[in-house]
Design a protein around this ligand. Structure first.
Ligand code: PAF
Length: 273
C-alpha cells in the first residue's frame, strides 16, 4: 500500500494510471462500516484509494474537531489488510489555503435536519468532497447511507456541477445490538450506549407499523417519538428520497431519519424504504 500525503503528488501518481479507481473518503477511526465501503470499492474497481482527513470546515465552533478520534496506526493496518492500494492522508494546509473559493450547500436541502442545527456543516462537507474528488478523479466514490443527507447533497452536487464520477451508496452496518456503527460511538459510556439503542428500536417500530400497512407519516412519527422519549431528540423525519415531506410512506421512495443527542454525542440513523 502506498501512502501519499501531498495532493499534487497523488494527482501526478494517478495521471498515467489507466485503471478504474474506487474512492472511499473518510475522516479515519475506521470501523466495519468503512470496511464495507472499501470491500465494495475493491469488488467494483481495479484500484482502491482511501482518504483520511478530519475536515475542519465541516465542524462548527464548539464541536468535537479537537477531540475527534484519531487512530492513525490502526487505520493504516485496516487499510493494508483490506487491500487498499493508496492511502491519501493530507493535512489541512495542503487542502486549504487563505481566501478560498466557496462551495455552498443548497439553501433548502443543506439547511434542514442536520443542517438546521449545524448551519454551514454541509458547505464544509461539499467543499472537501469536491476537492478530494478533483484530486483523486475516481470512477466511483463510496459513501455510507447512514449519513443520508450528506449522501443526498453529494449526489446533488455531482449532478448539478456535471461531475464525472458515480456516487455509490452503501448500506448501514450495525453492531450486534442494532446500533449503527459510527466513529463517534466510542464517546458513549456503557449506560449511554444502552440508551442509544432506542434509536434502532424506534426505526424497527416504524418498519413494524409499515408492515401492518400503517402508512400515515404523522402516526409513524408519533410512535417513534414515544420509543425515543426521554432522549434528547434532534429530529424524527419521514421524507421522500429527494428530502421532501410526505404525508404517506411511498414504498421504494422513503427515508425515515432520526437524530438524537446522547449526552454530548450526536447520533444519526435511518432506514430506506
Ligand atoms: O462522512 C464522512 O466521513 C465525511 O463527512 C467525509 C465525506 C469524509 C467528508 O469529510
Amino acid at each position: 500500500m502506498k501512502i501519499i500525503s501531498n495532493p499534487l503528488t497523488l494527482k501526478k501518481h494517478l495521471k498515467d494510471i489507466d485503471k478504474t479507481v474506487g474512492f472511499v473518503p473518510t475522516m479515519g477511526a475506521l470501523h466495519e462500516g468503512h470496511i464495507a465501503l472499501i470491500k465494495r470499492a475493491k469488488a467494483e474497481n481495479e484500484i482502491v484509494i482511501v482518504s483520511i482527513f478530519i475536515n475542519p470546515t465541516q465542524f462548527l465552533a464548539g464541536e468535537d474537531l479537537e477531540k475527534y478520534p484519531k487512530k492513525d496506526e490502526a487505520d493504516k493496518k485496516i487499510c493494508e489488510l483490506a487491500g487498499v492500494n493508496i492511502l491519501f492522508v493530507p493535512n489541512a494546509q495542503e487542502i486549504y489555503t487563505k481566501d478560498e473559493v466557496k462551495i455552498c450547500a443548497p439553501n433548502v436541502r443543506g439547511y434542514i435536519l442536520e443542517g438546521a442545527t449545524r448551519p454551514g456543516h454541509f458547505s464544509g462537507v461539499l467543499t472537501v468532497v469536491i476537492k478530494l474528488l478533483h484530486i483523486v478523479n475516481p470512477t466511483k466514490a463510496y459513501f455510507g447511507k447512514k449519513d443520508a443527507q450528506q449522501l443526498n447533497l453529494i449526489n446533488l452536487m455531482v449532478k448539478q456541477l456535471f461531475m464525472n464520477v458515480e456516487i455509490i451508496p452503501v448500506d448501514i452496518v450495525r453492531d450486534n445490538d442494532g446500533l449503527a456503527l459510527s466513529s463517534r460511538n466510542i464517546y458513549l459510556s456503557k449506560e449511554q450506549r444502552h440508551e442509544a439503542l432506542k434509536i434502532p428500536k424506534s426505526l424497527y417500530t416504524a418498519s413494524q407499523l409499515i408492515s401492518k400497512n400503517i402508512l400515515k407519516t404523522q402516526k409513524i412519527k408519533k410512535a417513534m417519538l414515544e420509543v425515543l422519549t426521554p432522549l434528547s431528540i434532534g429530529y424524527v423525519e419521514i421524507l421522500n428520497r429527494n428530502f421532501e415531506s410526505i404525508a404517506e410512506i411511498e414504498l421504494k421512495n422513503t427515508i425515515i431519519l432520526v437524530e438524537v443527542m446522547v449526552g454530548e454525542t450526536r447520533l444519526l440513523d435511518n432506514i430506506w424504504l
